[in-house]
Design a protein around this ligand. Structure first.
Ligand SMILES: [Cu+2]
Length: 170
């Protein structure tokens, strides 16, 4: 048992203890979790960086807009989203269904300091860049949005269309 414990401990240290046991701390979520939970969602699943097919860049602006309002991807594609914050405010990029994002945005209004971090979210401080690697293994129309209180309602969102057939352009 001792050996197992020591092994786990050294593993935790190797991974970075703060990220390994990162559940509900007071730390700002500026670090990517080391261990990505691969949980199937309606809008896909956390992707493997080695499987990236396509990189989509977004710029987040204080005008409460992203630089793109529509992304088209193909079913099965693993996409690297690179989100640059060109504003002076904190922004984020959260992928989900419209319903999920709306519910989440409401929650963020009630609890503006709510801790949330998932593989389909990026929290991007001003001047910084963050990435999400996501595999779209479900067809449909999804949404990317900034769920910071007030930003979603101001229109800081866009669509991701995942088509099962070939798309002519993106
Ligand atoms: Cu925002």
């Amino acid at each position: 048992m001792k050996a197992t414990h020591a092994t786990l401990l050294s593993l935790a240290l190797a991974l970075g203890a703060t990220t390994a046991v990162r559940a509900h701390t007071d730390k700002p979520h500026d670090k990517k979790p080391v261990e990505v939970r691969k949980e199937q969602k309606e809008w896909g699943i956390a992707g493997d960086p080695k499987a990236v097919k396509l990189t989509i860049e977004h710029s987040a602006k204080d005008s409460m807009r992203f630089s793109r309002a529509l992304d088209r991807v193909k079913l099965g594609d693993t996409v690297r989203f690179v989100i640059r914050n060109d504003g002076k405010l904190m922004h984020e990029f959260v992928i989900g269904t419209v319903k999920e994002n709306q519910a989440h945005a409401e929650l963020m209004k009630k609890f503006p300091n709510m801790e949330h971090d998932e593989p389909y979210m990026a929290h991007v401080p001003p001047g910084k860049t963050a990435e999400i690697v996501w595999t779209f293994n479900r067809p449909g129309e999804f949404e990317f949005a900034c769920l910071i209180a007030g930003h979603y309602d101001a229109g800081m969102k866009g669509m991701i269309k995942v088509s099962a057939t070939n798309v002519a352009s993106r």
